[in-house]
Design a protein around this ligand. Sequence first.
Ligand code: HEM
Ligand code: SF4
Ligand code: SF4
Length: 385
Amino acid sequence: MYSSIPKGLTDFTLLVEKGTNAVITNKYNPFYYHGALPQYYLWVLYLSGLLLFAYYIPTIDNAYFSENLVNAWTSVNYITNTIPMGGVIRGIHRYAGDAMVITIVLHALRVWVTDRYRQYRWVQWVTGVILLFMVLFIGQTGYYLVWDERSLVLTRMTVSALAALPIVGPGLAAWFLNGSAITNLTLSNFLFIHIGLSFTLLFGLWLHYVRMTRPVLTPPPAINYLLTAVLLLVVFAYPITSGKMADINTTPTSFDIDWFFLFPYYLLAHMDLTVYWVVIIAASLALMLVPFPSLYKAAHPVEAAEVVLSKCVGCRLCSLDCPYQAIEMVPAPAGSRFKLLATVMPYRCSGCGVCVGACAFDAIDLPNLLDSDVTAQIKAMAEAQ
Ligand code: HEM
Ligand code: SF4
Ligand code: SF4
């Protein structure tokens, strides 16, 4: 069977997981909640973002003639320094974003290293890569919103990079700026992209989960408390501040980089624009295509389950139990005593055999592991003892 994963790496990961079980039991082992961890941070981001949104003013000048909330930069400063716990909420929002990126990368590594990313799981992988890119872009738009000197540099770098793309470039740059230059409308566009894309993530997540019957979406409360405590520790240890207010008549050049979200800007600053786009597009495609060599190299090595139509009574038990949503209930042919029949979608089937155990009518089998063979093997083992 094709596999691109060094076996030593898989063995090592499983050994660490086992070791963690021995110390904190499998109930609290974070390895078993690798997908639930970024999901947890997403909820934290929604909640903290909602509170920031209440005071954020998406303009570069005093378009609303407000005393304290003059523009984006002053409103962020007002949130940080004047509103009770505002700085803490801002810190939670910033660091939960970083933590989400870290946990997404760990989650992707975990599914890759344990070979749970290809064949019938390719949809999860491809949607996962798209989710990762969306999260990175949402985080970057968050940095534009602060409207300090870093925001200005990032905005200008993004406009130059987009404009350099053939055919669509000028249109994309104008869409990004919401016009031909930086104006108040630019910041409302950034806010719209930041919030709009954050909620579009939910649709992406639905696609990510649609082929899993019972995805583990929440860690146990104890892990949630621990994650919250660590987040708060970081928030108080490293309070968030803004840089100097952006002035579109100046040309700041340097800025502090947040490696979790802003690393593409590091590349952008050190590469020719054409090389930058070639590297970004090639790396994204390569990441997206990781699960696919197995599809043509091993020509579906999974032995999909098969329904014995003459025995199926349409009770649905197999389809409710199937972990990969691989069994569809279809109307039974005219004249049948039953209303429904189970049908296996072979491209979704993992060959796990759960359905075989679920069926009380001996009506579903794995072709190379018939019920009668398994029973005979168990009997033989029992007799041998
Ligand atoms: C917003 C980001 C993401 C969230 C919230 C998320 C969440 C989850 C969750 C909750 C599961 C179910 C895990 C389980 O039940 O054990 C899962 C499965 C999976 N995810 Fe993600 N994921 C994200 C991004 C990614 C990325 C970036 C990749 C890979 C590039 C990825 C690949 C997969 C795969 C292959 C599975 C199936 C694993 C299996 O069946 O054991 N995900 N994801
Ligand atoms: S073997 Fe059965 S339960 Fe397992 S994935 Fe295939 S159809 Fe679903
Ligand atoms: S559990 Fe068995 S009898 Fe029931 S729908 Fe599935 S295959 Fe048919």
